[in-house]
Design a protein around this ligand. Structure first.
Ligand code: ADP
Ligand code: MG
Length: 323
C-alpha cells in the first residue's frame, strides 16, 4: 500500500512547488481569506502553510490522508465547471507518503483542534490541542525516503523561484485572498486581499511592470474576459508575463496564448508578448476538456471557435485604446 502511495505521489508531487500548489489550493477551497507560505532551503527541508479556512473536523483528519479521499466533487469531466480546485483526493496522501507531515487544524464549531503527525505514509500520532480556527501544514524533508527523486531537485534558489512564481499566479487568480510568502525569513510577496485586481498586480510586480495597463471587460456569447493587458516595460521575450485563468483556474493553453497574442499584435505591431492578467469565464459546453490533472494543459475540441471568439472579444475590448 505504501509503495502504491509512493508511485502515485510521483505523479502529483514532483518538487516543493507541487506541495505548495496542492496545499495552497486546499486552503483556497477551504474558504481561507489569508494564506501564508513559509519555506526554507527552497522548500526541500521546510514548508509551512497556514490558512484561516474551514479547518478539518477531528474525525475526518486521518481519513483526509487516505488515497482518493476527497470531500469535493471528483469527476474529471466536471473539472472546469466545479468550484473547488481540488477533486482527486490524492494530494495529502501523496505528500504524506514522501515527507514528514505535521497538521494542526481546528474547525470553527469545535472547541479544540487536532495535531496529527504522519511520516512516510505512517501515522505517528494524533492528539487534541488548542489551536486557532483554520489549518497549518508543516511539511519537512521532502523525498527523505525516496532519494532517487530527491536527486532530481534543483538548487534551493531555483526551487524557491518556482514557488514564488506559483504564488504570484495564485495571488493574481484570487485577488480577494491575502497571500504571504516568506523565504528563509524574508517576506517575498504580500498581497492585501482587497479584491482590486490592479492593486494586486502592482503589489506583485511593482508599478513599473507595464507602460500602461488597459482594463479589459468584455463579453461575448459563451466567453467573458476581465482583467488587464499592457506592454511590459522590460520584455522577457517569452510568455512569462501572460497570466490567464479559466473559470478561476490557472491553466496553460496554446490556443488561448495564441489568441491573446494575435489580438494584442494588431495594436502593438512589433510586440509579440503582452503583459496580461486575464480572467476568462467560459461556458461549460464550450469546454470539451481534456486536461492532465497536474500539468494543467487545457485542450479544446472546438479550437478554432474558441480562438476566434477570444480574438474577437479582445480586439473589441482593445479597439480605440492607445497602447
Ligand atoms: P482534494 O483537494 O482533491 O479533495 P486533498 O488530498 O488535497 O484532496 O485533500 C483531502 C481533503 O482534506 C479535502 O477534500 C478536504 O476535505 C481536506 N483538506 C485538506 N486541506 C484542507 C485545508 N487546508 N482546510 C480544510 N480542509 C482541508
Ligand atoms: Mg487538494
Amino acid at each position: 500500500q505504501h509503495t502504491i502511495d509512493k508511485i502515485a505521489a510521483g505523479e502529483v508531487i514532483e518538487r516543493p512547488s507541487s506541495v505548495v500548489k496542492e496545499l495552497a489550493e486546499n486552503a483556497i477551497d477551504a474558504g481561507a481569506s489569508s494564506v501564508t507560505v513559509e519555506i526554507k532551503e527552497g522548500g526541500i527541508s521546510f514548508i509551512r502553510i497556514t490558512d484561516n479556512g474551514s479547518g478539518i473536523e477531528k474525525d475526518q483528519v486521518p481519513t483526509a490522508f487516505l488515497r482518493h479521499s476527497t470531500s469535493k466533487i471528483r469527476a474529471v469531466e466536471d473539472l472546469m465547471t466545479i468550484h473547488s480546485l481540488g477533486f482527486r483526493g490524492e494530494a495529502l496522501s501523496s505528500i504524506a507518503a514522501v515527507a514528514q507531515v505535521e497538521l494542526v487544524t481546528k474547525t470553527h464549531a469545535e472547541g479544540t483542534g487536532i495535531r496529527y503527525l504522519i511520516e512516510g505514509g505512517k501515522e505517528v500520532s494524533l492528539e487534541e490541542v488548542g489551536a486557532p480556527d483554520g489549518t497549518t501544514f508543516l511539511v519537512r524533508n521532502l523525498f527523505y525516503n525516496t532519494p532517487a527523486r530527491k536527486k532530481f531537485l534543483k538548487a534551493a534558489m531555483t526551487e524557491a523561484g518556482y514557488i514564488n512564481d506559483l504564488l504570484i499566479k495564485l495571488a493574481l487568480s484570487h485577488p480577494d485572498i491575502s497571500f504571504k510568502f516568506i523565504n528563509n525569513g524574508q517576506v517575498k510577496l504580500h498581497t492585501s486581499g482587497n479584491t482590486n485586481l490592479k492593486d494586486i498586480i502592482y503589489g506583485v510586480y511593482g508599478r513599473e511592470i507595464a507602460s500602461e495597463l488597459i482594463a479589459v471587460e468584455a463579453g461575448d456569447a459563451g466567453v467573458q474576459i476581465r482583467g488587464f493587458i499592457g506592454k511590459p516595460v522590460i520584455s522577457r521575450g517569452n510568455r512569462n508575463y501572460e497570466n490567464y485563468y479559466i473559470n478561476g483556474r490557472y491553466i496553460k493553453s496554446q490556443i488561448i496564448s495564441k489568441a491573446i497574442e494575435d489580438a494584442y499584435k494588431t495594436f502593438m505591431m512589433q510586440h509579440k508578448y503582452p503583459f496580461a492578467v486575464l480572467h476568462f469565464t467560459i461556458e461549460g459546453d464550450l469546454l470539451d476538456v481534456n486536461v492532465h490533472p497536474t500539468k494543467m494543459e487545457l485542450r479544446f475540441s472546438n479550437q478554432e471557435e474558441i480562438y476566434q471568439l477570444i480574438v474577437r472579444t479582445l480586439k473589441d475590448a482593445l479597439s480605440g485604446r492607445e497602447l
